[in-house]
Design a protein around this ligand. Structure first.
Ligand SMILES: Nc1ncnc2c1ncn2[C@@H]1O[C@H](COP(=O)(O)OP(=O)(O)OP(=O)(O)O)[C@@H](O)[C@H]1O
Ligand SMILES: [Mg+2]
Length: 414
């Protein structure tokens, strides 16, 4: 009888560290069996700036998730923020020379390898993803596998990361005695949990608006085409509110959560909010629209920056699949309406889909990265990042199924 398999994903965000353990049942169904959610520390705008502090938060998150399972997490996937990555597109070519035989998986592998670029010393390649193929001059071929051809070209999307950022991420996790199975760009992970294939085909802009950053992933013709990170997120909204109301940051965070609204219609509602007292000041009533004004301004600016980055990437207009918003900040009520009016395109606010056992009281949109990381891991289980002990070398490779089989054995349960 087929046994259950467990997967773990870990997202080190600016505001929280989230661990999710999922069980893939004998019939392939996915169920969350453990979660660990703790406040983040040592992370600024998505980047680890204090490894010891980050490692403490990672350990607490892993401990919480492990409590549910009754045994140690054997390995994990981990995300890396777009703030420390850069992307570009490359091409590769092979002359298949197959003597009349169809193109094999080995030929395709060789082709993709030929599109690996030379990169600076302080960078490491995280992902090389084929976007499309040109087979004997015919463009737009999705896969050359099985075709009879001579010259085959590939256009690949390459994501590279700062070597130091990868090393710090590995330290923070592996010092908790949990080996990292692979490191994945966080916006790519979020896309896995939130985007439909149709949207990717039509072209879509995904914006994961977290606490410290807004991570963008733009898909075209079904593939990731551009990704970047904007250093703006929910922390700025809270800070703006704290300044506008003359209140400490933690009061502002609470008020944003309870009363924040992004729809311009809030002006008409005429509601009032009683502000908490602090430092002996008396409580005061303000209009809810006054409270929302700085939030609306910052969100408008964020949408403007998303448009600008999409244009800088080479899009003349937003794609037919529109814009999908996720991440904790996308939960603010009225945001979908505001974004639709501002961007003048279809806008969807998305939480991760298709997972059983994921508690609805969680701020689900904030979990798109960690859930997507799980899904990505399951889909790409034959790929393994290669790490050496000193964590100096990391590069994507196609790992053998043997590794996966070993893991499978290690996590089998009765
Ligand atoms: N209902 C809500 N209204 C407004 N903001 C919200 C709401 N719920 C959560 N947030 C904001 O979402 C942010 C946290 O989102 P998320 O957990 O996605 O960030 P993160 O992954 O820790 O950070 P990052 O991805 O930027 O590194 C916080 O700024 C929080 O204030
Ligand atoms: Mg995040």
């Amino acid at each position: 009888m087929a046994k259950d398999i467990f997967y773990t994903a870990l997202d080190i965000g600016t505001s929280k560290v989230a661990t999710v353990v999922a069980q893939v049942g004998p019939d392939g169904e996915l169920k969350i069996v453990g979660t660990g959610l703790v406040p983040s520390q040592g992370v600024v705008k998505g980047q680890i700036v204090n490894v010891a502090e980050a490692q403490e938060a990672v350990q607490a998150s892993l401990n919480e998730a492990q409590r549910y399972m009754g045994y140690r997490i054997p390995w994990t996937y981990v995300s890396i923020a777009g703030a420390s990555t850069a992307c570009f597109n490359t091409t590769g070519v092979i002359h298949a020379d197959t003597n009349g035989d169809p193109i094999t998986g080995e030929n395709v592998e060789q082709l993709v390898q030929s599109s690996y670029p030379q990169i600076p010393e302080d960078k490491q390649i995280l992902h090389v993803m084929p976007v499309n193929y040109v087979v004997d001059g015919y463009r737009g071929v999705r896969s050359p596998l099985g075709l009879h051809a001579g010259r085959v070209e590939v256009e690949s999307h390459v994501v590279m990361a700062d070597r130091d950022a990868i090393r710090q991420t590995l330290h923070a996790v592996e010092d908790c005695n949990v080996p990292v199975r692979d490191v994945v760009l966080s916006s790519l992970a979020s896309a896995e949990a939130t985007l439909f294939q149709d949207e990717k085909e039509m072209g879509v802009v995904l914006a994961d608006i977290g606490a410290g950053t807004t991570d963008l992933a733009i898909f075209k013709d079904g593939s990731l085409w551009f990704d970047t990170s904007i250093p703006v997120g929910g922390n700025q909204l809270t800070r703006d509110l704290s300044v506008a109301l003359g209140m400490p940051y933690y009061f502002a965070e609470d008020l944003k959560d309870k009363w924040g609204h992004a729809s311009p219609d809030i002006e008409q509602a005429g509601e009032e909010v009683l502000l908490p007292s602090f430092q002996g000041q008396s409580r005061r009533l303000i209009r809810r629209s006054t409270l929302c004004k700085p939030l609306i301004d910052r969100l408008q600016e964020t949408l403007g920056l998303i448009m600008l980055r999409a244009q800088q990437a080479g899009l003349r207009r937003l794609p037919p699949g529109g814009v999908v918003l996720t991440g904790g900040t996308s939960r603010i009520p009225g945001f979908q309406q505001m974004a639709t009016e501002t961007l003048a395109c279809p806008v969807r606010v998305a939480a991760p889909v298709g997972i059983r056992g994921f508690s609805p009281e969680h701020n689900q949109n904030a979990f798109s990265t960690v859930i997507g990381l799980l899904l990505w891991g399951i889909k790409h289980q034959n790929r393994s990042g290669v790490f050496n002990k000193s964590r100096d070398q990391y590069g994507p490779s196609r790992g053998s199924n043997a590794f996966f089989q070993r893991i499978k054995k290690a996590v089998k349960v009765k």
